[in-house]
Design a protein around this ligand. Structure first.
Ligand code: 5RP
Length: 223
């Protein structure tokens, strides 16, 4: 199977996993990216089985609405059973790097609210140690140089993602060459830098279930 087919397989597996647990009042949290898009398209086939969705980005909201799935503001929703999203990397403990699509902050907020975070990814995303994928950090624009200098002190090589403005009006630094031996500690350290909005490490709130697309079928990894 090619990468697109693996993404479609895990998207369908996520639908198969959550569907029996949804009812007419359920609202589903939905992530951002090409794998999440496959999930949206598969979920849309069952749009009468649940109430609607909360989106982690403007792009995801638009895709959901195009399918006729109602999109709710998170501020109006108290219960979110599931959040389904892709990742740029996962380790075997389901700590993630996310934010390749610059939606990390809203993704982290929706994931924080959801009871169960289902991560969907093709097999190439499973790594022994996080960090080969540059870690995205969302920054307040005026703080960008300050944050970059602080990230260098942590051993990283930050690169400004030129031309990208997040849905929150901020900028992204992609941090190369970080040695992420303790993802939870590094997540907190980077969040403590003044001017950082959020970083793409999902270790304080990792995924609960990883559906991994392989040539042998969809593997389930649980925390
Ligand atoms: C967006 C994300 C995505 O989940 C991540 O970049 C993976 O994307 P894709 O499914 O296209 O490989 O974190 O901010």
């Amino acid at each position: 199977m090619n990468q697109d087919q693996l993404k479609q397989a895990v998207a369908q597996a996520a639908v198969d996993f959550i569907l029996p647990q949804l009812d007419a009042k359920s609202i589903v949290g939905v992530g951002t990216g090409s794998t999440a898009n496959c999930f949206i398209d598969a979920l849309a086939q069952h749009k009468m089985a649940f109430d609607g969705a909360v989106a982690s980005s403007e792009a995801t909201a638009a895709r959901l609405k195009n399918h006729g799935i109602p999109v709710y503001e998170l501020t109006t929703v108290s219960d979110l059973e599931f959040y389904v999203d892709g990742a740029d990397e996962s380790d075997e403990h389901l700590n993630l790097i996310k934010g390749g699509g610059a939606a990390l902050t809203r993704e982290k907020i929706v994931a924080a609210v959801a009871k169960t975070f289902v991560c969907i990814a093709d097999a190439s995303k499973l790594v022994p140690v996080l960090g080969a994928f540059p870690l995205p950090v969302e920054v307040i624009p005026m703080a960008r140089s300050h944050v970059a200098r602080e990230l260098v002190k942590l051993g990283g090589d930050p690169v400004y993602r030129d031309g990208v403005i997040t849905d929150n009006g901020n900028q992204i630094l992609d941090v190369h060459n970080l040695s992420i031996v303790n993802p939870r500690e590094l997540e907190a350290q980077i969040n403590n830098i003044v001017g950082v909005v959020c970083n793409g490490l999902f270790a304080a709130r990792p995924a609960d279930l990883l559906l991994l697309g392989t040539d042998q079928g969809v593997r389930q990894l649980k925390r």
